[in-house]
Design a protein around this ligand. Structure first.
Ligand code: SF4
Ligand code: ZN
Length: 348
């Protein structure tokens, strides 16, 4: 059995990349050191913040909530921590994670809010996926989920008075997204993969940070187990349909064969962000406003509104259409034309 590199007690975790092993107590210290160093190095929080933690009910976001609530009580009295869960409406999955979230939030004594796709968009994700298939739209479930979740999270966090929104993305998630963006040759997205995401200069945009940026997924699992809120996490039924699934498998295999691959990928990402920023491939800074919903958007009409138009769950009447600025009107008309073409093709 491996022994703790610090005190020699039986280890609960061995970091294969560094060879360091930790007992329960020293694992918690190691974990805390890593997260605090990310917070300091990338200046994630100021001394006074209302931090809203975006929680899915999975191990990563619950770990982040648990850690930040405890850190704020111990060492950061100027922080108010709240939690926000977006319930997409995924049958056979989300019900369980919502229950776990409520239990952990109540145990921690943290205020929280649950926002539902059904209430905000009129449809659950399951219904949206069905609608999309009927209309012949080419998107995977994770695309709808990601776009609408980000949209509602920003809106709800702002309504909760958040000065910053913290998400539970861990190192594994980040390097997977990095790989996906490389494969898509999408360097503008790579620039936005830092621990603090822009665009920032919009009054309705809540700054987003990723405190678990340098923590491996395995480490968040161990944190969740040691703190008693890991009870075998369910998997979203759509996860296997996403591109991420395959990328994750490949990176895990590489890590198995060459420990340290994930750390190296993260370093590569930070270098790439730096080079891209200096080359001017950055979309952070000023951002526009969606002409339809008024939320921050890099384009005249935001992605969430466009998707709703394509799905036929957002009607833009003649009058509204006429009142839109030219670029926004063009985008809406093009989305409608495309949707009509696909609908005909799919026989819907
Ligand atoms: Fe949403 Fe895809 Fe994650 Fe499921 S796996 S919760 S559909 S992003
Ligand atoms: Zn919009």
């Amino acid at each position: 059995m491996a022994r703790c590199s610090v005190c020699g007690a039986p280890a609960v975790y061995v970091n294969r990349a560094t060879g360091a092993a930790y007992c329960e107590r020293h694992f918690m210290e190691y974990f805390s050191r890593r997260v605090r160093s990310t917070i300091r190095r990338f200046r994630l929080f100021r001394s006074r913040e209302r931090i809203v933690v975006a929680v899915s009910g999975g191990k990563d976001s619950l770990t982040l909530l648990h850690y930040l609530v405890n850190l704020s009580r111990r060492a950061a009295p100027g922080w108010e921590v709240r939690a926000l869960l977006v319930d997409e409406g995924i049958r056979g999955y989300r019900e369980y994670t919502v229950r776990r979230f409520e239990r952990v939030a109540e145990e921690l004594g943290v205020e929280y809010r649950i926002v539902k796709f059904r209430d905000e968009l009129g449809y659950t994700l399951d219904e949206i996926v069905r609608l999309g298939a009927e209309r012949g739209l080419p998107y995977r479930p994770c695309t709808y989920c990601g776009v609408f979740r980000r949209y509602l999270m920003n809106k709800a966090a702002r309504e909760m008075g958040a000065t910053v929104l913290a998400t539970g993305h861990n190192l594994d998630d980040i390097v997977q997204t990095y790989m996906m963006n490389i494969l898509g040759n999408d360097w503008e997205k790579v620039v936005r993969l830092g621990p603090v995401s822009g665009p920032a200069l919009h009054p309705r945009f809540v700054r987003k940070v990723k405190p678990l940026y340098e923590v491996l997924e395995k480490e968040t699992t161990i944190y969740a187990i040691l703190n008693g809120f890991y009870d075998g996490f369910e998997e979203c039924p759509y996860a296997r349909l996403g591109e991420r699934w395959e990328i994750r498998r490949v990176i895990n295999r590489l890590e198995e064969q060459r420990p340290g691959t994930k750390y190296r990928l993260l370093r590569s990402l930070l270098t790439a962000i730096d080079i891209l920023r200096r080359a001017g491939v950055a979309t952070e800074g000023e951002v526009g406003t969606c002409a339809i919903c008024g939320e921050p958007s890099a384009h005249p009409v935001c992605r969430a509104c466009l998707l709703r138009i394509e799905l036929g769950i957002l009607e833009v009447g003649e009058e509204k259409l006429r009142s839109l600025p030219k670029a926004a009107r063009e985008m809406v008309l093009q989305a409608l034309r495309l949707a009509e073409k696909r609908r005909k093709k799919s026989g819907g």
